[in-house]
Design a binder for this molecule. Structure first.
Ligand SMILES: C[S@@+](CC[C@H](N)C(=O)[O-])C[C@H]1O[C@@H](n2cnc3c(N)ncnc32)[C@H](O)[C@@H]1O
Length: 215
C-alpha cells in the first residue's frame, strides 16, 4: 500500500469521525441513555469489507457510552472472505489500549448479510448497526433484504447509520429503509468528502441515521 493511499485512508477516517458526531448531534442523548444501561455496547458493521473503520466506530461508541471502563464489542460481516481475513488480522480479538479506557473486542465473519437471521451466534439487540458505502445500486433486491435484516438487529432505541458514495444511491437507500420500517432521524451531506475518480462518487459523501419505527 502506498504512503499516499494510507494517508488518504487516515484522513477519510478522521472525516468519518466528524460526520458521525454531526449526524448524531440532535439524538445523542437518547443513545447515551441506552448505552448507560448496558455493560457492553454492541456494534454490528454490515458489509464491512476490511473494516478499516473498526477503531473509529468503537471509539465513537465508547465516547457516547462515557464510562471509563466501557466494554465495546464490534461484529463485522461481509460476503468476501479475503477482506474479512484482513479485518480479523488487523482488528480482531480483545484489546486494551493505554490511551483509551475500557476494552474493545472485534470479531469478523464471512457471510451473506441478506440472511443475518441464519447467524444466531451473532445475537441481536445491537446499539448501533452500521453500513459504510451501502451498495443499493449493485443489486437493489439484495440490499433491501440487507436493510431489512439490519433493522431487525437493532435493539429498542438502537440506531442504524449508513453512508453512501453517490447522491442518487443515497436517496434510493433512504427511501427503501423508510419503506422497510426505518424512521429517518437525520441525513447529512459531508462537506469534506474526498472526491474519487468516478464522477459524483466520493468517500462517505452522505451519512444518515435511523431508528426503527414503532410498531
Ligand atoms: C461498496 S463496498 C463497501 C465496503 C466497506 N464497507 C467500505 O466502505 O469500504 C460494498 C460491500 O458490500 C459487500 N456485500 C455485498 N453483498 C453482500 C452480502 N449479501 N452480504 C454481505 N456483504 C455484502 C461487498 O463484499 C463489499 O465489501
Amino acid at each position: 500500500m502506498s504512503q499516499n493511499y494510507l494517508a488518504e485512508t487516515e484522513e477519510d477516517l478522521t472525516r468519518l469521525r466528524k460526520i458521525l458526531c454531526k449526524v448524531t448531534r440532535d439524538d445523542a442523548d437518547t443513545v447515551r441513555r441506552r448505552l448507560a444501561k448496558r455493560d457492553e455496547a454492541r456494534v454490528l458493521d454490515i458489509a464491512c469489507g476490511d473494516c478499516r473503520e473498526a477503531e473509529v466506530l468503537t471509539d465513537f461508541i465508547a465516547e457516547l457510552k462515557g464510562r471509563s471502563n466501557a466494554a465495546i464489542k464490534l461484529t463485522g460481516i461481509d460476503v468476501r472472505a479475503r477482506e474479512i481475513a484482513d479485518a480479523q488480522r488487523r482488528y480482531g480479538g480483545k484489546k486494551e489500549f493505554k490511551d483509551r479506557p475500557g476494552t474493545r473486542e472485534c470479531e469478523f465473519m464471512t457471510g451473506d448479510a441478506s440472511k443475518l437471521d441464519e447467524h444466531g451466534e451473532m445475537g441481536d439487540d445491537f446499539d448501533l448497526v452500521f453500513m459504510r458505502h451501502q451498495n443499493y445500486w449493485n443489486g437493489a433486491k439484495t440490499w433491501e433484504k440487507i436493510y431489512d435484516q439490519a433493522l431487525t438487529k437493532l435493539g429498542d432505541d438502537g440506531r442504524l447509520i449508513i453512508t453512501s458514495y453517490f447522491d442518487k444511491e443515497h436517496e434510493l437507500a433512504l427511501e427503501a429503509i423508510q419503506r422497510l420500517g426505518g424512521e429517518l432521524i437525520q441525513t447529512e451531506f459531508n462537506s469534506e468528502t474526498r472526491e474519487l475518480k468516478t464522477e459524483g462518487k466520493s468517500v462517505d459523501r452522505h451519512v444518515a441515521i435511523f431508528r426503527r419505527k414503532e410498531d
